[in-house]
Design a protein around this ligand. Structure first.
Ligand code: NAG
Length: 259
């Protein structure tokens, strides 16, 4: 009963109350692995990593085939920067649950943190094989390929992802960025606009569309979208600088025009 009350509270977002009930459940039944797992998870989210690790380690000690607890333990170990243990925990989770897309996703994040790019891409690919609508895994693949200069591959993966999840604006945004860098301005613009239509209040969407117009030489539209972006997020890194550069350029053009 304490476990169920805790779970209801946690589902409603009342973490601190949930913690009390889960603790009581574990006190009454010291081998209650599901209570340990849920409690460990909440503590992990509140960055109480030490106690989270103790609970999750205990849970997998009591029940060694508890895949979710292994994955959560891996996430905590990853946060504690104990990467080798985290990797082991993820693989143990996968051993006990063959179809575990979220675990492959987390494994990929670990490999990306370690700059093991090929492994990261393979892990995210595995996540999307098991769960084709795993938007975060697709997005991370596109962004990693983009950041490492593999624009053609990034574009191919982006197109593949959007065929599977056509309405995902974060995928539209990532692919639009790649297309802009590949100087496919027209298609990039169309995708940015579609992403903005689906999610109008993302400062970065307007900011990056502005950069695209700026590069493309469409200065009026660049100015407009820099301004929208700054209105939505006045502190957005880089946007203010780009905007100021653009304004200086526009002033010079005006002077020349007047002369
Ligand atoms: C991806 O899945 C394949 C096939 O199950 C497996 O052999 C491989 O080790 C996995 N790699 C990663 C990095 O997840």
């Amino acid at each position: 009963v304490h476990y169920n009350v805790g779970k209801n509270l946690a589902d409603k977002g009342n973490q601190s109350a949930a913690i009390k009930y889960y603790r009581e459940a574990v006190r009454l039944n010291p081998k209650y692995v599901h209570a340990m797992n849920n409690l460990g998870n909440i503590l992990k989210e509140r960055n109480e990593l030490q106690e989270a690790e103790e609970l999750l380690s205990l849970a997998v000690q009591i029940q060694p085939d508890f895949a979710a607890a292994w994955m959560n333990l891996g996430i905590v170990q990853n946060s504690l920067r104990r990467f080798e243990e985290a990797e082991q925990s993820y693989w143990t989770a996968i051993k006990h649950r063959k179809k575990y897309p979220d675990c492959y996703y987390n494994l990929g994040r670990l490999y990306a943190d370690l700059n093991r790019h090929i492994d990261a891409l393979n892990a995210w690919r595995n996540a999307t094989v098991l769960k084709p609508e795993h938007s975060l895994a697709w997005n991370n693949m596109i962004i990693l390929l983009d950041n490492t200069g593999n624009l053609a591959q990034a574009e191919a993966v982006g197109r593949e992802a959007l065929q599977l999840i056509p309405n995902d604006h974060s995928l539209m945004f990532s692919l639009a960025n790649v297309l802009g860098k590949s100087q496919k301005y027209k298609e990039s613009e169309a995708l940015f606009l579609k992403a903005i239509k689906a999610n109008p209040n993302a400062a970065s969407y307007h900011g990056n569309l502005a950069v695209l117009y700026h590069r493309w030489g469409n200065l009026d539209l660049a100015k407009k979208h820099y301004e929208v972006s700054l209105k939505l997020d006045p502190m957005a890194p880089g946007t203010r600088e780009n905007y100021n550069l653009l304004r200086r350029k526009l002033e010079q053009l005006q002077k020349k025009g007047g002369a």
